[in-house]
Design a protein around this ligand. Structure first.
Ligand code: ATP
Length: 375
């Protein structure tokens, strides 16, 4: 068992959970199983119900429907302090008039933990987040990242089986955030505690999580590993929300072997798919920029997945060139190509956009998380 966490990690189950504010359901019919010791992110746009879900696990809100289980125990209406969880809030919520050590010790003091044991546990918690040498400082004498570490220590000192984190890094600048992402993941691995992490930042979720629950309008869209949600988005919403995506709308004109032919205003798309599609279905096809090729000149033959366009923009992002091509009807298609592949870069000349059938995802026509990719 780890040095600080004497309570074993616990699983979390949300069983048909719903929460209503007035007439509106903030969370609807949510079913989710989180294995003990996993790092799970609740990811989705603002207002999709992530925080409400987290607060129901923590006991700060009670579900109107369904139940929350931690381990095998139904939490019912247990208040937060009776649950084997601790929460790190977005604001950190540190007491400004207490030292770092006293902030971390606060919960243990309330529970009348003996002094010698208390000091030992506070020291170990501060060691874990590498803040022992700051024990005597006040929160106002710390940077944002240091305050975040103290908030973590204050939660971990209680030896929770599940740690809930509500956008804990939103106040940090980008570089520090990236550093803290690595640290947090290492810490979670070291402790083996179950982490449930709320974020609207897909990069953060993809980097840190074992599993991601993508939510939209109070409902679960997909629950899977980072590569599952990125490479095999279950819905058009997930495809648009995670990573960049080119969307084209069209109609299925034929099914051949394991592929479907889709007529779009920009050209014919062939997609490898085992989705139950029929000729005439209205669909959206989605293609990631990194799977798009840009070739010089106009398409030589009327083949699927070859689209005539004009190169309108080129920008360099690290080792990648981002190319923006425009079809005759004004649709923009973005490609992300390694500089080493030396794609055409001369603007306002005809190009051919191409991709492999396996790169195409097909979804029923309908709203997606993002409009067709803009330059
Ligand atoms: P954000 O990323 O902006 O924090 P979120 O995904 O965490 O969003 P929630 O805070 O869970 O979303 O809110 C879900 C919905 O419930 C929103 O429409 C919100 O306005 C509503 N809501 C949340 N808390 C309350 C409340 N106490 N009273 C009324 N409505 C609420």
């Amino acid at each position: 068992m780890s040095p600080t966490t004497r309570n074993p990690a616990a699983s979390v189950d949300l069983v048909g959970v719903g929460k209503r504010y007035g007439a509106a359901w903030a969370v609807e019919d949510l079913a989710l199983h989180i294995d003990a010791g996993q790092f799970v992110s609740l990811l989705g746009p603002s207002g999709c119900g992530k925080t409400t879900t987290l607060r129901m696990v923590g006991g700060f809100e009670l579900p109107d429907r369904g139940s929350v289980l931690i381990g095998d125990a139904d939490m019912g209406s247990l208040p937060p302090h009776r649950r084997p969880v601790n929460t790190v809030f977005q604001s950190y919520a540190l007491f400004p008039h207490l030292s770092v050590a006293d902030n971390v010790a606060y919960g243990l003091t309330m529970r009348r933990v003996p002094k010698a044991q208390l000091r030992d546990r506070v020291d170990r918690a501060l060691d874990l987040v590498r803040m022992r040498s700051f024990a005597g400082r006040r929160p106002s004498q710390l940077s944002g990242g240091q305050q975040q570490r103290v908030a973590m220590a204050r939660a971990l000192v209680n030896e929770p089986s599940v740690l809930l984190l509500d956008e804990p890094m939103s106040a940090l600048d980008r570089k520090l955030r990236e550093e803290m992402q690595v640290e947090l993941k290492l810490l979670q691995h070291e402790l083996g505690v179950t982490f449930v992490f709320v974020t609207h930042d897909q990069g953060e979720a993809l980097t840190m999580s074992d599993q991601i629950a993508v939510m939209n309008q109070g409902r679960l869209e997909q629950y899977g590993t980072p590569s599952e949600v990125y490479d095999h988005p279950a819905t058009g919403f997930v495809a648009g929300f995670i990573g960049q995506q080119n969307f084209l709308s069209g109609r299925v004109t034929g099914i051949r072997g394991d592929g479907a032919l889709v007529q779009t205003p920009q050209g014919v798309v062939l997609a490898t798919t085992d989705a139950p599609l029929s000729t005439g279905d209205e669909v959206q096809v989605a293609v990631r920029p990194e799977t798009v090729q840009v070739l010089s000149g106009v398409p030589t033959a009327e083949e699927p997945n070859r689209i005539a366009a004009t190169l309108r923009g080129v920008s360099q992002i690290g080792h990648t060139l981002q190319l923006v091509a425009e079809t005759p009807d004004g649709t923009r298609i973005v490609a992300a190509i390694p500089r080493s592949a030396a794609p055409p870069t001369q603007l306002d000349v005809p190009v051919t956009i191409a991709w492999a059938p396996a790169a195409v995802r097909i979804f029923p026509a309908g709203p997606t998380a993002a409009p067709p990719t803009a330059p």
